[in-house]
Design a protein around this ligand. Structure first.
Ligand code: FEO
Length: 404
């Protein structure tokens, strides 16, 4: 039986023809708790143009949606804004079935696509700033390197004022509603921050350049259409997500301190709770995240908008516990900045965990304000009082950092 997915009309001549992946939960280390979408857009101008495709496994859904509007073979052009496989996986099938007159990509996009696939056709390289005449409309390309990959570019549709932004301004959120204003705001805020934190945080310098570049182009924008999640269509939402990207790229600190830890027999957990009480007593907001209960990608989301980071682990086999090694490897790659920091943990006889955590914080260039706090085996009342004071000290340093 043929799929009967329908295209979603978003403007008179623009359709969403993407795919909804309700079930995906793992996106190379990122827990996509709410699934995702792979967005593709069909522009029904004289030259019918498909902007991006979908993951290979979702190709049937995309073709079904396209076919609900037009015979796919009538598509003239395909634009690849981004070569990563969640957007280009269906491209080889699309080229084979559609036989487009041309496939467009940035110079780096053409290179990446040819290194991924045997497409059986030439990619037409578009220059930064180049405009393509579609007959009844025009589109202009702007390179947005490293937002997310070197090939990344955005496409602007002139008459409709739509900016197709590939990964930028997206989020992993499955749903039939196509617009951000149709979702619960707390979900939109969390998932857009989670996406930025886990995909783009380490590329903050490039995000800055992208925002600067798009600002200088002075585009009138009626919609931001990313390749994941809902479309931003209200003026408030469009300005809001651009402002959020500017704030996240600066990684403005806040009065929140994230305490990330793992415990072996409960001692490090007791320390974490006493530190949390101290943070609160010192005027900060404390967010405790045990790695037996939290996912690394949610930790990164919390860190994105924090002013402090405290990491703790019991020492096990002369090192930190494996869940802490996991989260610091992942979070370290995303290069968090502007954080007051400290390390803590219990130990029996060697105590390498806190030393190694402290070194990780220092190597990241965070503002480590104190020696690691260590407790031998099980914390007693004096030890817990020290933990509380450690929290107060970190809270005060975090609040002081906000004034700088
Ligand atoms: Fe959604 Fe960088 O791919």
């Amino acid at each position: 039986m043929k799929d009967t997915f329908k295209a979603v009309k978003i403007l008179d001549d623009v359709y969403w023809v993407g795919a909804i992946d309700w079930d995906v939960r793992h996106f190379h280390g990122y827990l996509t708790s709410r699934g995702t979408t792979y967005n593709a857009f069909l522009i029904m101008t004289d030259k019918i143009t498909l902007i991006d495709t979908v993951k290979a496994s979702s190709a049937g859904e995309m073709f079904s949606r396209i076919a609900s509007v037009i015979d796919p073979e009538k598509i003239d052009y395909i634009v690849s804004n981004h070569a990563e496989m969640d957007h280009s996986g269906a491209l080889p099938q699309a080229i084979k079935r559609i036989k487009p007159e041309k496939v467009f990509a940035s110079k780096m996009g053409a290179k990446a696509l040819s290194n991924h696939y045997d497409l059986g056709c030439e990619i037409t390289i578009v220059d930064d700033g180049q405009t393509l005449d579609l007959g009844s409309d025009k589109i202009t390309f702007a390179e947005t390197k490293m937002c997310h990959w070197p090939d990344s570019m955005v496409t602007y549709q002139h008459s409709r004022k739509v900016l197709y932004t590939q990964d930028a301004f997206g989020m992993h959120l499955a749903g039939l509603e196509r617009y951000a204003d149709e979702y619960d705001r707390t979900i939109i805020d969390y998932e857009s921050a989670k996406y930025y934190g886990n995909i783009l945080m380490h590329l903050a310098g490039f995000i800055d350049k992208t925002l600067e570049k798009l600002g200088a182009l002075n585009l009138e924008i009626s919609m931001i259409a990313p390749d994941h999640g809902p479309i931003w269509r209200t003026p408030e939402d469009i300005a809001g997500i651009i402002d959020s990207y500017a704030r996240w790229s600066r990684q403005d600190p806040s009065d929140k301190v994230v305490v990330v830890y793992d415990s072996m027999w409960g001692s490090t957990a007791k320390m974490a709770r006493a530190i949390g009480e101290g943070l609160f007593a010192g005027g900060a907001k404390a967010k405790l995240m045990s790695m037996s209960a939290c996912h690394r990608s949610d930790v990164v989301t919390e860190i994105l908008e924090a002013g402090g980071l405290v990491v703790g682990s019991a020492t096990m086999n002369n090192n930190m516990q494996p869940a802490m090694a996991d989260v610091i490897t992942y979070a370290g790659g995303l290069k968090p900045r502007n954080l007051v920091a400290g390390a803590f943990g219990s130990f029996g006889w060697s105590g390498e965990a806190t030393r190694n955590l402290q070194k990780w914080l220092t190597d990241l260039g965070l503002n480590v304000i104190t020696d690691p706090l260590r407790v031998n085996y099980v914390p007693n009342a004096d030890d817990l009082a020290k933990c509380r004071q450690f929290g107060i000290d970190l809270a005060e340093a975090t609040l002081a950092s906000l004034k700088n």
